[in-house]
Design a protein around this ligand. Structure first.
Ligand code: AVI
Length: 310
């Protein structure tokens, strides 16, 4: 099946057809981020209910010098992802990084964020790498040890086994003597979590529903988007928010030449966002070849910034 699909469909097409053919239908979360999805995600980061981005930025700012002491001064910084205009300069300035290596799949997005960064940190050498950071992109050779940066709780979007593989991969890529500065969202009151993933302005719903619109745009699909609603559900046993697109009536639609049917109430699972206690995060560090060094959180413990050592 996979080979046959690969002949005619791109990565998104293959993942959609394979995912929609499963009993629990699913579309991998990485397909959220087309131009529209990336713009909606940017909006999410500004929402009053979505505490993640502003809490992490505030922690980085408030504890910049302690974080820099733990993360190491004067080292190249490798960021897994394109970098955020608010968070990245805080770490780069505090650590006095001479070189910055952002790795991101979207070359355009990389160039845009690099332009902004050049204004804020003028003396920095920037070596952008266009590629998928979940695959082992080769890093430039550096003279001394480096610091990795993986903010935003992006690690939470990977299942446990995959998250450990990724952290192990970072350890291997960054090498001996490395440090990793990683932002991880914490377990908290489910009401607060569900509000963060189902905001009152409906931006997260639009972000989720955009996946259906994207299939209609790119995969010659005819999904009746108005027959779906956004759901965000906290699963305590799994420690994660799950996002789904639920059919509100029986539907039949075509995607890339295949027909799919769904009952009312049946869902397409689109994202997991795992939340980790500081203890769970430290266990993950040790299980993936890192030594936890330090941890910062806000007064209410709603977000955590960790520094680990190789
Ligand atoms: C990118 N990632 C860390 C976000 C999260 O919180 O899991 C994606 C997101 N999904 C809905 N809102 C934000």
């Amino acid at each position: 099946m996979a080979e046959l699909l690969a002949e005619v469909l791109d990565d998104f097409g293959q993942a959609a057809v394979t995912g929609l053919s499963q009993k629990q239908k699913t579309i991998p979360a990485r397909f959220f981020y087309d131009d529209r999805g990336s713009a909606l995600f940017e909006e999410i980061t500004q929402l009053p209910e979505y505490y993640v981005t502003r809490t992490e930025a505030a922690l980085l700012k408030r504890h910049a010098s302690e974080i820099a002491r733990s993360a190491g001064h004067g080292r190249p910084v490798v960021e897994f992802g394109a970098g955020s205009a608010t968070k990245t300069p805080i770490l780069l300035k505090a650590t006095e990084a001479p070189v910055y290596v952002p790795i991101d799949i979207s070359g355009d997005f990389l160039l845009e964020s690099m332009e902004a960064l050049k204004q804020t940190v003028p003396d920095l050498e920037i070596v952008p790498l266009a590629g998928d950071f979940t695959e082992e992109v080769a890093l430039p050779e550096f003279d001394g040890p480096v610091t990795g940066f993986f903010p935003g709780s992006t690690i939470g979007n990977f299942d446990h086994a995959r998250a450990l593989d990724l952290l192990r991969q970072f350890r291997g890529q960054l090498g001996d003597g490395a440090r990793l500065v990683i932002g991880m969202d914490t377990r908290k009151n489910p009401r607060m979590l569900e509000a963060a993933y189902d905001d009152s302005a409906g931006v997260t719903a639009a972000f989720n529903l955009n996946l259906l619109e994207r299939m209609n745009r790119e995969l010659d699909a005819d999904i009746p988007v108005d027959a779906f609603e956004h759901r965000a559900v906290w699963h305590d046993a799994l420690g994660r928010i799950e996002m789904h697109l639920a059919a509100t009536r029986p539907v039949t639609f075509r995607v890339a030449g295949r027909t799919f049917s769904m009952e009312a109430g049946e869902t397409i699972h689109t994202e997991n966002s795992h939340k980790y206690t500081p203890e769970e995060a430290r266990l993950m560090a040790r299980a993936s070849g890192w030594e936890p060094l330090s941890y910062w959180s806000d007064e209410d413990g709603i977000f955590g910034v960790h520094v680990w050592a190789a």
